[in-house]
Ligand binder design. Structure first.
Ligand SMILES: *Cc1c(COP(=O)(O)O)cnc(C)c1O
Length: 386
C-alpha cells in the first residue's frame, strides 16, 4: 500500500501553508519573504527524528540520494562498488554516474544480498558496498556489515523499499555509514519524486549537503551569492512543495506499515499452505515494511504462468515477474559499463539469482482490495502450480 493511495487533505494543507507564507518554492533564499516557512528543513528534521538518525538531507529522487551519498566517498575511475544482483537499475546507474563500476553480488532466499557471496566478490578494486532492502524485507545487515567492517569498506543502505522497517531494533537506513530513501510514486511514502539521505557522521552530512547544492557551504557570515565553497557539486535540491507533501506523508508512515503488515499477514496465510509454494525468507529479528508478498513456485510451474493465472482474476503482480528486466543485473546489457565488464551473457555469472528470480512472484500489498482477494489469489496459484 504505497503512500499514493493516501494523498489527501493533509498534504494539501501543508502545501497551502507554503503559499500562504509567501509562496517561496525553493528551500534556500528569500528568507525575509517566507514568514519562517521552511518545509524541506521541517521534513528533514522530522525524518531524522522518526529514524533516530543524526542528520538527514532531502534531495530530488532516490537515484539522486545514491549519487550524492557516493560523492561523499571519493570514487575514482577503476573503482568498483558492490551491489546486489536484484535491485532497480538506479543503484547501478548511480555508481556509473559517480565514475566507478558496479559489480553484482548474488542474492539468497531473502532475495537480498548474500553475505557469503559478498565476501567472495571483494578484491582490491572494491571501494564500497551498497546493500538494498528489496521490496521491504531487510537484508541480513549484521553479516553484511561485519564483512564490510572486516575489509574497511563503507556500507550504504539503498533503503528505497525499506522506509520504516527495522533490523535488530534499528531503523533501516541507519545501520550503514549512509542510508538513502526514495519517495517516488511506487514507494511506501511519496512526494511524487524525491529522496532522502541519512548520515551518522557530521562531516559526511556537510560534504553531501554542499555537493547537492553546487558546493554551497551556506556560510552564515556572507549572503548566499557570496557563499564560500570547498568542493565542486551539482544540483539535487528538493523543492518546498515536495518537502510539504513529505511532512504530511511521514506522519502517515507508521500507520501505513501497520496496515501493510496486517494485509501481508492475511495474504501470506492464504498462500503458505499451497503445496509447492514457499514464502520468501525474512531475517530473524527484522521488521519488514511489507510492500509485497513474495513467494517461490516449484520449478515445474513458472512465475509467468502464475502471473497469467492471477491476471485472469484481475490481480496484478509487482515487479516479479513482469518487470524483471529493470531489476536483475543479469539483464542489463543495455548499460555499456556492465556489458564491457561481463561480456554478452551477463546472467551466466549469476546462476543462483537467475534460478531464484525465475521462480519468484510478488503480490503488491494494497489498501484497496476486492472482497474476494484472498480466495482469488489462492485459486489462481493453485491453478498455476498443479
Ligand atoms: C525506486 C528505487 C530507487 C530510485 O528511486 P527514484 O526516487 O525513483 O529515483 C533506487 N533504488 C531502488 C532499489 C529503488 O527501488
Amino acid at each position: 500500500m504505497p503512500g499514493f493511495e493516501l494523498i489527501g487533505e493533509e498534504e494539501y494543507a501543508e502545501i497551502s501553508q507554503v503559499f500562504r507564507s509567501g509562496g517561496i518554492l525553493s528551500r534556500f533564499g528569500l528568507n525575509d519573504r517566507r514568514s519562517g516557512c521552511f518545509k524541506v528543513e521541517e521534513f528533514e528534521a522530522a525524518f531524522a527524528d522518526n529514524m533516530k538518525s543524526n542528520y538527514a538531507l532531502a534531495v530530488t529522487s532516490g537515484t539522486a540520494a545514491l549519487r550524492v551519498a557516493l560523492a561523499v566517498i571519493d570514487l575514482k575511475p577503476g573503482d568498483v562498488v558492490l551491489i546486489p544482483s536484484f535491485t532497480f537499475v538506479a543503484t547501478a546507474e548511480a555508481v556509473i554516474e559517480a565514475g566507478a563500476s558496479p559489480r553484482a553480488v548474488e542474492i539468497n532466499e531473502t532475495l537480498n544480498m548474500d553475505p557469503d557471496d559478498l565476501e567472495s566478490k571483494i578484491d582490491e578494486q572494491v571501494k564500497a558496498v551498497i546493500v538494498v532492502h528489496m521490496l521491504g524485507v531487510p537484508a541480513e545487515l549484521d553479516a553484511i556489515k561485519l564483512v564490510c567492517d572486516n575489509h574497511g569498506l563503507p556500507l550504504i543502505e539503498d533503503t528505497a523499499w525499506g522506509c520504516g522497517g527495522t533490523f535488530q531494533g534499528q531503523k533501516l537506513g541507519t545501520v550503514g555509514r549512509m542510508g538513502t530513501f526514495s519517495f517516488d510514486i511506487a514507494k511506501t511514502i511519496t512526494t511524487g519524486e524525491g529522496g532522502m539521505i541519512l548520515f551518522n557522521d557530521e562531516q559526511d552530512f556537510l560534504r553531501a549537503k554542499a555537493w547537492h547544492d553546487h558546493g554551497h557551504e551556506n556560510n552564515p557570515a556572507v549572503p548566499r551569492w557570496e557563499d564560500t565553497r570547498k568542493s565542486s557539486g551539482f544540483n539535487f535540491r528538493m523543492t518546498e512543495l515536495q518537502g510539504a507533501v513529505g511532512v504530511a506523508q511521514l506522519r502517515k508512515l507508521n500507520s501505513i506499515i501497520e496496515r501493510q503488515t496486517e494485509i501481508y499477514g492475511k495474504l501470506s496465510q492464504a498462500i503458505r499452505e499451497i503445496p509447492g509454494v514457499r514464502l520468501r525468507s525474512i531475517p530473524l529479528h527484522s521488521q519488514p515494511t511489507h510492500d509485497a508478498v513474495i513467494f517461490f513456485v516449484e520449478e515445474s510451474s513458472s512465475a509467468s504462468k502464475c502471473r497469467e493465472s492471477l491476471l485472469k482474476r484481475g490481480i496484478s503482480t509487482k515487479i516479479l515477474p513482469e518487470a524483471i528486466s529493470w531489476h536483475f543485473f543479469g539483464l542489463w546489457g543495455h548499460m555499456a559499463d556492465i556489458r564491457t565488464s561481463y561480456g554478452p551473457d551477463i546472467s551466466s555469472s549469476f546462476p543462483v539469482s537467475t534460478k531464484l528470480l525465475s521462480q519468484s512472484v510478488a503480490l503488491p500489498v494494497m489498501l484497496e482490495k476486492s472482497a474476494t482477494l484472498l480466495k482469488d489469489v489462492r485459486s489462481a496459484i493453485l491453478e498455476a502450480t498443479t
